[in-house]
Design a protein around this ligand. Structure first.
Ligand SMILES: [Zn+2]
Length: 164
């Protein structure tokens, strides 16, 4: 089996911005803010929000999620700014104060798989990226789509091969 990830040059990442684009809502991150994200500092909640480009999900600084790669982080002053950039609220820390409906969460999961299915893939890792428990993620995804996350990932890979 040769499962070398091939480059996905044709796939446009949804949430990246052109370098140095003025007028974009996201702004440069200070070391202090980065530290707050890494250490899940609750005292920074409300002062800024951050999204991760590879998942399109945004969080409060205190969110107990694994620290993202620094270069993938986008910063926002408030939840509305983040929403207007097209990123989705995290299920776990509810940065816009609202519970995330299963439907939206499922869309998020699909999006994360679509952007990352070439990489080694486990339910654990997916749950980590989508900010929920593996069990809950599996159940919700199956209920909403009829597929398990693994089956869906397989389908995406097969589609690729057909198009190649
Ligand atoms: Zn979060």
């Amino acid at each position: 089996m040769n499962n070398k990830p091939k480059s996905t040059g044709s796939k446009m990442p949804l949430y990246t911005h052109e370098n140095n684009e003025e007028g974009s809502h996201s702004r440069r991150m200070t070391d202090e803010e980065w530290q707050a994200i890494v250490e899940n500092e609750a005292s920074y909640d409300g002062t800024f929000y951050y999204a991760v480009k590879t998942t399109g999900i945004f969080c409060r600084p205190s969110c107990k999620s694994r620290a993202p790669k620094k270069e993938n982080v986008l910063l926002f002053r408030n939840a509305n700014e983040a929403l207007s950039e097209g990123v989705r609220p995290c299920k776990r820390c509810k940065p816009n104060g609202l519970r995330l409906p299963d439907e939206d969460w499922t869309r998020q999961i699909i999006h994360v798989i679509d952007m990352n299915y070439h990489e080694p893939f486990t339910l654990m890792r997916l749950a980590d990226m989508c900010h929920g428990s593996p069990y809950h993620l599996h159940c919700t995804f199956k209920k909403m789509t009829g597929y398990t996350p693994k089956q869906y990932q397989k389908l995406q890979n097969q589609k690729d091969h057909r198009e190649a």
